[in-house]
Design a protein around this ligand. Structure first.
Ligand code: ATP
Ligand code: MG
Length: 225
């Protein structure tokens, strides 16, 4: 490979989550960590905001501007918007040099998804100008991230509570021995808080406030402030 091409070669890994999307750039680390939310103008079809800025607008947009979460239960629910979102995050991760670079991309997918859903994830990344796309099972990569000795012949259990799904898997010798995915996770906890406040105190709060309440009183780990 020429020196020039080697310089341009770039590998990305994407965690396309229901709540958050993360992009890892080889040699740099996590360069994008943003909510999987897109704000679109219904009239013009124009994307008004993506990620953090889009989340800030949640529940505050006028009628002709809508907030879309293109991922549901870990899979793509809205292709067109998912593509725009991935495209935006890849451009952000590669400083807009995507056409020059055409990265190889690894994407983590939930274990329970169908062939059609797998294909959809792959197509969206290819259309966003990836040169190659590799799909890996999320529990396996989560175990690698958590430093579990998954290549040993022992049972390693991983429970990944996300926004849309909770995935439980037992991994041994680099493969999944057992897995189960339930569609109950952080979003349902937020929804339960909204319903509780509505029923008990006749108080209506939005999803962002509900999430904040959850983190303030029941964070899964100690927070900085
Ligand atoms: N400190 C915390 N304590 C409790 N819940 C948290 C904390 N931080 C984030 N969450 C919740 O975790 C969820 C997001 O997790 P994560 O980013 O892993 O999901 P995701 O990968 O986007 O979703 P999925 O894997 O279902 O597609 C949200 O519901 C968020 O409110
Ligand atoms: Mg996840």
């Amino acid at each position: 490979m020429s020196w020039f091409k080697e310089k341009l070669l770039c590998d990305l890994a994407i965690d396309l989550g229901t709540a958050n999307t993360l992009v890892f750039l080889k040699g740099k680390g996590i360069v994008v960590q943003e909510p999987s939310i897109v704000v679109v103008n219904k009239q013009s079809g124009k994307v008004e905001a993506v990620g953090k800025r889009a989340k800030e607008m949640l529940g505050k947009t006028p009628n002709d501007i809508i907030t879309i979460k293109p991922m549901r239960d870990g899979v793509i629910a809205d292709f067109e918007i998912a593509e725009k979102m991935i495209d935006y995050f890849i451009k952000q991760a590669t400083n807009n040099r995507i056409f020059l670079i055409r990265p190889r991309i690894v994407i983590g997918i939930p274990t329970g998804i169908t062939q059609v859903e797998r294909r959809a994830v792959k197509d969206v990344a290819l259309r966003a100008k990836a040169s190659d796309v590799y799909l890996v099972q999320q529990p396996v990569v989560a175990s690698v991230g958590a430093d579990l000795p998954i290549s040993e012949p022992t049972g390693n259990m991983i429970v990944d509570v996300g926004g849309g799904t909770t995935d439980i898997a037992v991994i041994s010798m680099n493969g999944i021995v057992f897995n189960h995915s339930i569609r109950i996770a952080g979003n349902e906890m937020d929804e339960a808080i909204i319903q509780h406040l509505k029923k008990k105190y006749n108080l209506l709060i939005g999803e962002r406030s509900a999430e904040q309440v959850k983190m303030d009183i029941g964070s899964a780990y100690p927070l900085d402030d």
